[in-house]
Design a protein around this ligand. Structure first.
Ligand code: F6P
Length: 363
């Protein structure tokens, strides 16, 4: 029997379990593959003894409807920037991908499927360079991977954010308030933009278009002047004013990344300082956007990503990532998949269309 290892890395995301199930179900048809999962990204491989579980029929039954990942995950202990403490207790980051690749081979795995976002696919590329047979699957609610039209998890996050926005509209209307809803997305404004269009927000603020506070004040004032006594603002966690900075906090120990969150409160201060007298309330949606059951669309996308990823393994198409392109499932080189970040383009049809629908970006 040949052995396949699956790992889920980075932040969890609705649809991870559907990918795992898709891989296992497709592998079963071949009769000569056994599928295993590493616990908490590749930490299960480093552990002594290794924390690797066999993904039996029983383990994967019905998991496609469950959020999170049955394998657990982490966004620390990145093997490309592995945190180690020197003799003075200072943390420095070292590349341990060669050790990881060797360890996976020693454990007898013939191939690996790494399900993760941008950072995880950079790890896949490094492991491939060290001679590992690896295939990537693009995961992230942020939809910021450029080599695929869509990552799984994104549609679910947008649905959750849109449902929340609908609820904020009725309370905003009742109190004549300005309601600010902050969504995730890191450096990309995809969740905010789709939510603003779907929910019919008046203002949408995204990292790709720094905003002029005066433009926001004009829009808010005109809504109140016309007697439309409430305003809905969707702001992406990575958005900033033209002359401002993003709101970030130090990352957790072992992580090189800053944490975003709280820009909604900064915006309230900016609006008040600029003369808005209406009451303002903030909702920071946070991790609910990643929680719970995946949407039907994400279940389908993730399941088919799983099927395609296994087929790539069986065909020996390594060093590639599954991609959803023009309504088809294709393989793209990992190098291409990790080269560019998928930003919202200011001159794209979606931004123009949102403006035509009456949404102000503050530019
Ligand atoms: O990348 C997914 C994401 O949810 C981002 O939108 C967000 O900034 C980040 O992860 C939050 O990370 P954590 O779960 O570590 O707080």
């Amino acid at each position: 029997m040949k052995k396949l290892l699956i790992a889920t890395g980075g932040g969890d995301c609705p649809g991870l379990n559907a990918v795992i199930r898709g891989i296992c179900k497709r592998a079963k048809k071949e009769k000569d593959w056994e599928v295993y999962g590493s616990r908490e990204a590749f930490n299960g491989v480093y552990s002594d003894p290794p924390e690797i579980i066999k993904l039996t029929k029983k383990k994967i039954a019905g998991i496609h409807v469950k959020g999170g990942t049955i394998l657990k995950t982490t966004n620390k202990a990145d093997p490309l920037h592995f945190p180690v403490k020197d003799e003075h207790g200072n943390v420095k980051f070292v590349d341990r991908t060669n050790v990881l690749a060797e360890r996976i081979k020693e454990l007898g795995f013939d191939a690996v499927i790494n399900i993760g976002g941008d950072g995880s696919q950079k790890i896949s590329q490094a492991l491939f360079n060290h001679g590992l047979n690896i295939v990537g699957v693009p995961k992230t609610i942020d939809n910021d991977l450029s080599a695929t039209d869509m990552t799984f998890g994104f549609q679910t996050a947008v649905q959750i954010a849109s449902d929340s926005l609908d609820k904020l509209v009725t309370t905003a209307e009742s109190h004549h308030r300005v309601m600010i809803m902050e969504v995730m997305g890191r450096d990309a404004g995809w969740i905010a933009l789709h939510t603003a269009i779907s929910g019919g927000a008046e203002i949408c603020l995204i990292p790709e278009i720094p905003y002029d506070i005066k433009k926001l004040v004009e829009k808010i004032q005109s809504r109140y002047d016309k007697g439309r006594g409430f305003v809905i603002i969707v702001i992406a966690e990575g958005a900033k004013a033209k002359e401002g900075t993003i709101v970030s906090h130090a990352g957790d120990e072992g992580s090189r990344h800053v944490r975003l969150g709280g820009v909604a409160y900064q915006l309230t201060h900016q609006l008040k300082d600029a003369g808005i007298t209406a009451e303002i309330r903030e909702t920071v949606l946070g991790h609910v956007q990643r929680g719970g059951t995946p949407s039907a669309f994400d279940r389908v996308l993730a399941s088919l990503f799983g099927v395609k990823a296994f087929e790539m393994v069986a065909n020996g198409e390594f060093g590639k990532m599954v991609s959803f392109k023009n309504n088809d499932f294709v393989a793209v080189p990992l190098e291409e998949a990790t080269k560019d970040y998928n930003f919202v383009r200011k001159d794209s049809f979606i931004v123009k269309g949102a403006k035509d629908l009456g949404i102000t970006f503050g530019d």
